[in-house]
Design a binder for this molecule. Structure first.
Ligand SMILES: [Zn+2]
Length: 175
């Protein structure tokens, strides 16, 4: 079964609320025995699909992200640049903000892919999240459990726990 994005489900089910759509997708994203259909390579595929929507006319660096919620739903994001530069939003935060804005607050993992526009596949490198995105991940995720996957292809990727990428972080636990 193909992974279903929130927007696809929302489009199909205009009359239902987003949270109802999330519930439907949760069911559609599981096998009969309850295990998840979403394998790493499928999530990587979703990140590459999102990368195609990157709006990056200034840097030419295109980033895609696919965030897996604990509900089983996938939230995708791309980087969205701006002529004034500072309003630019990263792919990872786009995915997180989409998820939180429809009620999902618990997450399992995120895949990040990125490369210069027009670059060759073999020139791809692992694309790590910026510090601001790591801070946003720390707001909603347990750093000991949340996984960050940096992919160069569906089979070539590195996996990190958030605490490896963002040690000694400041979070709501400090307040
Ligand atoms: Zn970022």
């Amino acid at each position: 079964m193909e992974a279903v994005t929130v927007m696809e489900a929302v489009t199909v089910m205009e009359a239902v609320t987003v949270m109802e759509a999330v519930t439907v997708m949760e069911a559609s994203n599981k096998r009969e025995d309850g295990t998840r259909l979403m394998e790493d390579k499928e999530l990587i595929r979703e990140a590459y699909k999102a990368q195609k929507y990157s709006y990056s006319p200034y840097s030419g660096f295109q980033v895609g992200a696919a965030l897996l919620g604990k509900s089983g739903c996938v939230y995708t994001g791309c980087n969205i640049e701006n002529a004034a530069y500072s309003p630019t939003n990263c792919a990872e935060r786009t995915a997180f903000f989409k998820a939180v804005s429809v009620g999902e607050r618990e997450f399992e993992k995120i895949v990040i892919v990125g490369n210069k526009e027009g670059g060759l596949d073999e020139e791809r490198d692992y694309c790590a999240p910026c510090g601001v995105c790591r801070q946003v991940m720390a707001e909603f995720c347990n750093p000991k459990e949340f996984m960050v996957l940096l992919a160069k292809s569906e089979t070539d990727y590195r996996t990190y726990r958030l605490e490896e990428l963002f040690p000694l972080s400041f979070s709501k636990d400090n307040l």
